[in-house]
Design a protein around this ligand. Structure first.
Ligand code: SAH
Length: 348
């Protein structure tokens, strides 16, 4: 990216109100902001030149002040089993991130990254290996959805923030992303159809509860006790399990959104009958659902998934204790390297 490009701010990261403010300061009629916003967030324009309903002079002026965050698909893998597509996108500064597009009965769902790399250090996660490189801007998160939608020629109705990165470690950009995605004049996604997944950054779970953005919050739980959780997730030392669960309860009280717990099943670590008993005690009384995810082995790490029978037995033990639980359906099994592994193989 050249110096001038860097200096220009990314217009995709602007909320409609901010765009209206800019339009006003530029002495233009207010409806221009609506037009620009529609070009960006409904028609997913990738340049100002295509915004043909705007006067030439305004298109030039936009180009002088702003850039439109753009992504280049450097690799696309498509599953022969269910059509799931995994994208490796290059950002303007050359960093790469992963996004995934999945088709469900209710429509297309995008899984997007919130950071290049991650600094949370979860032991089984490929994104953690090189640490965090940088936060993504809201516009770069939006561009992942917009770009996949453009390439697919279809609207994307669901978004999960479960790619690389910890969204609550990039809080301001995340909230900006959510506000733009939910804007009825733009992407117009129902916030209920967006899931934010977190490893449990307590203060920011509490902050998010106050934003009046009723997204589904998923907590990466992965273990039934503080001691076991610390072994898999170093961040648990900073934010102990009881505090994380309290924050999740607050989130539920404020938003009334049922909580999801993600639980990666790791052989020898967290799927014994005793783990099932402890886990059911832990979440007792919470309006929640547990998603069991057979861990995806990462080359650099020793973790393996338990065999299918063991995972099913674990599920049955939870079910018997009255817990709502499913084993996550694996999409794109044939292209399903662990999250972040495509990026790692590109970096090496
Ligand atoms: N930072 C967020 C989003 C991370 S990715 C979070 O921690 O929730 C989404 C989910 O995939 C998380 O639950 C994460 O722990 C899990 N995950 C990461 N690597 C995995 C792997 N190799 N196998 C199974 N699940 C994994």
């Amino acid at each position: 990216m050249s110096e001038t490009q860097k200096a220009r701010s990314d217009i995709l990261s602007f909320t409609k109100e901010e765009l209206e403010e800019w339009v006003k300061e530029a002495g233009l009629p207010r409806f221009r902001a609506g037009q620009i916003y529609e070009w960006l967030h409904v028609r997913h324009a990738s340049s100002f030149d295509v915004m043909t309903s705007l006067p030439n002079r305004l298109r030039e002026e936009l180009g002088e002040h702003f850039r439109i965050a753009s992504l280049k698909a450097v690799q696309v893998l498509e599953s022969k089993l269910d059509g799931t597509k995994k994208y490796l996108f290059a950002l303007e500064d050359g960093n790469v991130i992963e996004s995934v597009l999945m088709r469900y009965s209710y429509g297309l769902s995008a899984c997007i990254s919130s950071q290049a790399g991650c600094r949370m250090g979860c032991r089984f996660c490929a994104s953690a290996i090189g640490g965090k490189v940088r936060d993504l801007e809201a516009g770069e998160m939006i561009a992942q959805v917009a770009c996949m939608s453009r390439l697919q020629g279809e609207r994307i109705g669901h978004v999960v923030i479960m790619g690389s990165g910890e969204p609550l470690d990039n809080y301001d950009q995340l909230v900006r992303f959510l506000r733009i995605m939910g804007d009825p004049k733009g992407e117009c996604l129902s916030l209920r159809d967006i899931t934010v997944s977190t490893c449990g950054i307590v203060p920011n779970i509490r902050r998010l509860a106050k934003e009046a953005l009723p997204v589904t919050l998923a907590l990466s739980l992965h273990a039934p006790s503080q001691e076991k959780r610390e072994r898999l997730m170093p961040i648990a030392k900073k934010y102990p399990l009881d505090q994380v669960l309290d924050a999740m309860r607050v989130y539920y009280e404020k938003t009334r959104r049922r909580i999801t717990f993600e639980y990666s099943c790791v052989e020898g670590e967290n799927t014994s009958p005793e783990d099932a008993r402890m886990l059911s005690e832990l979440v007792r009384g919470m309006n929640c659902h547990i998603n069991l995810i057979p861990v995806n082995p990462v080359r650099e790490r020793p973790y393996q998934r338990p065999d299918r029978r063991k995972i099913k037995a674990f599920r049955d033990m939870l079910e018997k204790r009255g817990i709502s639980v499913t084993i996550r359906r694996e999409m794109g099994r044939d292209i399903n390297g662990a999250c972040g592994q495509l990026r790692r193989s590109y970096l090496q």
